[in-house]
Design a protein around this ligand. Structure first.
Ligand SMILES: [Zn+2]
Ligand SMILES: [Zn+2]
Length: 346
């Protein structure tokens, strides 16, 4: 079968590899849509400590069951499925207390298990064990369903900082995940959402789709001053940093309203993960700083539901659909900012 295999940083090869066989407790999917994201670009450039090459990457997954392992129940050939990316163990203290996103034994599709940039993919036993597949409702395309996983990650983050009715929300980073955050915040009842980016082209493209109350180009104006002005000096209730930039996190702390909640959604580069933080701002303003690490099977289930009900539409965020042979172009489009969501259709 055709697959995109990561061999080393900068070396992603589309070629023929052996078609996987289905174990008794596994499912085999014909992949219809695997979306690309910033993480794929990061893996392509730097590799990843948990990923041992050669490996088929791709973790935003939607496909059709073509084979059901002998011991698997509840699934049938022809089922249209969305699959989780982060795979919790289901047994540790975190998993059993409902905190699956911070499971210390977490594995991931496209890292320890072969991913979705391939004609066929195995759904491992561990994914089925934690209820990690969801039937795609009629009316939701495979491409839309492949956006479930990033939306699930956004859902986890926004629930952790309690985005709710009448909140003023700032999203820093106008990539695909930023767009999902804008729409999700609206679905939670946010009254105003401002979108910020340092790439004017990306900001314009995304603002055109998700219509924030203000689109702020941080390369030409001070986002902190502008947001303060837009909120009559008070600052926003919630700030979500969906960009791998220390400055975005620093600005988020600076602009937050008293008792503001900040989600550090995007991680920072591993070799330079430090920010400069006036701790007294956090102290006196009673700010809440919150991380976000992926999503649980339950987040995925509810994210797919948000897409299916139209609460968070994603179809118009998919700007590019490319065949597997062009996976490199898909990753380049993600990096350049000329695309919002890029879906590979193997
Ligand atoms: Zn992703
Ligand atoms: Zn666990």
């Amino acid at each position: 079968m055709r697959a995109a295999t990561f061999h080393a940083p900068g070396d992603l090869r589309v070629g023929d590899i052996e078609e996987p066989t289905t174990g008794p407790r596994e499912l085999k999917l014909r992949m219809h849509a695997t979306a690309t994201c910033g993480t794929d670009a990061k893996i392509f450039k730097h590799g990843h400590p948990r990923l041992e090459p050669p490996q088929v990457i791709g973790h935003e997954l939607a496909g059709e069951v073509v084979e059901v392992g002998a011991e698997v129940t509840g699934h049938a050939v022809g089922d249209r499925l969305q699959v989780i990316a982060a795979v919790p163990c289901g047994e540790c203290w975190a998993c059993t207390s409902g905190a699956m996103t911070v499971c210390p034994n977490q594995t991931s599709m496209g890292y320890q298990y072969p991913g979705g940039f391939a004609e066929y993919m195995i759904v491992p036993e561990q994914v089925l064990k934690v209820d990690g597949v969801n039937v795609i409702p009629d009316g939701v395309s495979y491409a839309e369903a492949s956006v479930t996983e990033p939306l699930a990650c956004a859902l986890n983050a926004q629930e952790l900082v309690h985005v709710g009715k009448d909140d003023v929300v700032v999203v820093m980073g106008a990539g695909p995940i930023g767009c999902l955050h804008v729409r999700l915040a609206r679905s939670f009842g946010a009254s105003e959402v401002y979108l910020i980016d340092v790439n004017a082209g990306r900001l314009a493209l995304s603002a055109d789709r998700v219509h924030p109350e203000a689109a702020i180009d941080a390369s030409s104006e001070d986002p902190v001053a502008r947001v303060k002005e837009l909120t009559d000096g008070r600052g926003p209730d919630v700030i979500i940093t969906a960009a791998p930039a220390a400055i975005a996190q620093e600005q988020a702390i600076e602009m937050a309203a008293p008792q503001g909640r900040i989600s550090f959604f995007g991680g920072l580069p591993k070799d330079d993960p430090y920010i400069k933080c006036d701790s007294n701002l956090v102290h006196y303003r009673e700010l809440m700083l919150m991380g976000a690490n992926g999503s649980s099977p339950d987040h995925n289930r509810r994210a797919l539901d948000l897409i299916a009900t139209g609460a968070v539409p994603v179809a118009d965020l998919i700007t590019h659909r490319l065949p597997l042979e062009q996976v490199q172009d898909a990753i380049d489009a993600v990096v350049s900012g000329e695309a919002i969501k890029v879906v590979v259709e193997p």
